[in-house]
Design a protein around this ligand. Structure first.
Ligand SMILES: Nc1nc2c(ncn2[C@@H]2O[C@H](COP(=O)(O)OP(=O)(O)OP(=O)(O)O)[C@@H](O)[C@H]2O)c(=O)[nH]1
Ligand SMILES: [Mg+2]
Length: 205
C-alpha cells in the first residue's frame, strides 16, 4: 500500500465516557456522525491525512480511548510518545468543568514529554450549555492548553480544531530537541531541518 505524507503526528483522544471522543475522531477521519452510542472498548485506532499551510501533508494517527472508569488504567499507558492530546468533554452536561479538571490532572500525572494539549468542549449544538467558550479558554489558559468549542454532530469547528493543533505541533517542532510523536516517512532523517521544506515525499508500507 502506498501512503503519501510529509509528517505523521501521533494524537491521543481522552475524556469522560459519552463525551463524544469517537464522534469527534470519526468526524475528522471519515466526515461521518452516528447518533447511536456505541461505547469504545479499550482503544480504537484511526487515521487521516490533512493539509496544513497549503503545502504540508500531515498523517494524523488517532488513538481514541474509552472513557468508562473501568478503562482508565488502560488510558494511562497511551500517553507515551504522543505529539498532541485532545481532552473531549460534553459541555451540555452539568459537571463538565469538574470533568475537565479531572482529565487535566490525569494528564499531568501520567504525561510523557510536552505534547500540545487541546481541550474540546463538544456538543455545542445542544440547547443548554454549562460552559461558554470564554470560560473554557480561561480555564485552560494557565496550563498553556488550547481550547475550542465544537459540535461533532453538526461539524462546527471540528476540522478547525485539527488544523489548529496540527499547526501548533508543527510550529513547536524543533527537530534537534523535540521529535516526540512526530515521524517522517521511512528513510527521511528527522534531524535535518531542510525536510520541513521538502515536497512530494512518498513512503511504502
Ligand atoms: N448532540 C450531539 N451529540 C453528540 C455529539 N458528539 C457525540 N454525540 C453523541 O454522544 C454519544 C456519545 O458519543 P461517543 O462519540 O460514542 O462518545 P465517547 O466519548 O467516544 O464515549 P466512550 O467511548 O464510551 O468513552 C453518541 O450518542 C453520539 O451520537 C455532538 O456534537 N452533538
Ligand atoms: Mg468512544
Amino acid at each position: 500500500m502506498y501512503m503519501l505524507y510529509d509528517y505523521l503526528f501521533k494524537l491521543l483522544v481522552i475524556g469522560p465516557e459519552c463525551s463524544g471522543k469517537s464522534s469527534f475522531t470519526d468526524r475528522i477521519c471519515n466526515n461521518k456522525f452516528q447518533s447511536s452510542y456505541e461505547p469504545t472498548i479499550g482503544v480504537e485506532y484511526s487515521s487521516t491525512i490533512i493539509n496544513i499551510f497549503n503545502r504540508l501533508r500531515i498523517k494524523c494517527q488517532f488513538w481514541d480511548t474509552a472513557g468508562k472508569k473501568i478503562f482508565i488504567p488502560i488510558v494511562e499507558r497511551y500517553y507515551k510518545g504522543v505529539a498532541g492530546i485532545f481532552i473531549v468533554v460534553d459541555i451540555s452536561k452539568p459537571g463538565c468543568v469538574e470533568k475537565i479538571h479531572f482529565w487535566i490532572n490525569h494528564y499531568l500525572k501520567f504525561k510523557d514529554g510536552n505534547p500540545i494539549v487541546m481541550v474540546i468542549g463538544n456538543k455545542s449544538d445542544k440547547h443548554k450549555l454549562y460552559l461558554n467558550k470564554e470560560d473554557g479558554e480561561a480555564l485552560v489558559k494557565k496550563y498553556g492548553f488550547l481550547y475550542n468549542e465544537v459540535s461533532s454532530k453538526n461539524e462546527i469547528n471540528v476540522f478547525e480544531s485539527i488544523q489548529i493543533i496540527s499547526k501548533t505541533i508543527f510550529e513547536n517542532y524543533n527537530p534537534a530537541i523535540n521529535c516526540q510523536g512526530i515521524r517522517l516517512p521511512p528513510g527521511i532523517d528527522l534531524t535535518k531541518k531542510e525536510n520541513i521544506e521538502r515536497e512530494n515525499c512518498c513512503c511504502i508500507f
